[in-house]
Design a protein around this ligand. Structure first.
Ligand code: GLN
Length: 214
């Protein structure tokens, strides 16, 4: 089974480990640069992106995390994790806006706390590209993706009419190569067998096949 690391500085670490092990993967926390090497894939969890970014810098994890993403290794960032992966952050702290406390590598512009300006948290089904049934999208002071670069595939949006306001139609799930990111928390409310975690495991499989040259 692949081994998936979950960055364990702050946030929803145990929930991601549980979701991954429920799918038959091995998973555990990552706190040091050396622990990254053995990971076939990595999750940057939800939590507080400013705290995670500050701690990552403090523990000299930013450069290894950037190298991990740059090497096209499989990564899933959720909520705060999406903010950390984004190349451009609107409404972030100065250190997020200049990239000194983010990982980057995902060619998107995110708006931090975007949904939170209207309603702090909510749940709505999200139809993900390629998935047969909608996934429960749990949003907690979540960012949305304001715009994507040319290499980024949009996997999901908030549905609904413009009458629902600013949130309708917003991009909330993306993929760029081996990097996946969601605005919502797939580790919460998934009821077992999370589609998003399954997708990460599929990306890990693809990466392993590519490395074997098949
Ligand atoms: N608002 C948080 C941030 O900007 C993200 C919230 C979350 O991960 N649930 O980091």
């Amino acid at each position: 089974a692949p081994y998936v690391g979950v960055l364990a500085l702050q946030g929803d670490v145990r929930e991601h480990v549980a979701a991954l092990t429920a799918l038959g993967a091995a998973a555990g926390p990552v706190r040091r640069p050396a622990e990254l090497d053995r990971c076939d894939g990595l999750v940057l969890p939800g939590g507080e992106s400013t705290t995670i970014g500050r701690l990552a810098r403090h523990f000299d994890l930013l450069a290894p995390l950037r190298a991990y993403v740059a090497a096209d290794r499989p990564v899933l960032g959720t909520c705060a994790g999406m903010v950390l992966l984004a190349d451009r952050v609107l409404d972030g702290t100065p250190a997020q806006q200049d990239g000194s406390e983010t990982v980057g590598g995902l060619d998107v512009t995110v708006r931090r706390n975007a949904f939170g300006r209207q309603v702090d948290s909510f749940e709505t089904p999200i139809r993900l590209r390629g998935a047969e049934v909608p996934v429960p999208g749990v949003f907690i002071r979540a960012p949305w993706v304001e715009s994507v670069g040319p290499g980024v595939e949009v996997l999901g949006r908030v549905e609904g009419s413009p009458a629902q306001g600013d949130a309708a139609g917003r991009i909330v799930a993306v993929r760029q190569g081996a990097v996946l990111a969601t605005s919502f928390h797939p580790e919460i409310g998934a009821g077992g067998g999370s589609v998003v975690h399954r997708l990460l495991l599929d990306v890990i499989d693809e990466a392993a096949s590519a490395a074997r040259g098949s």
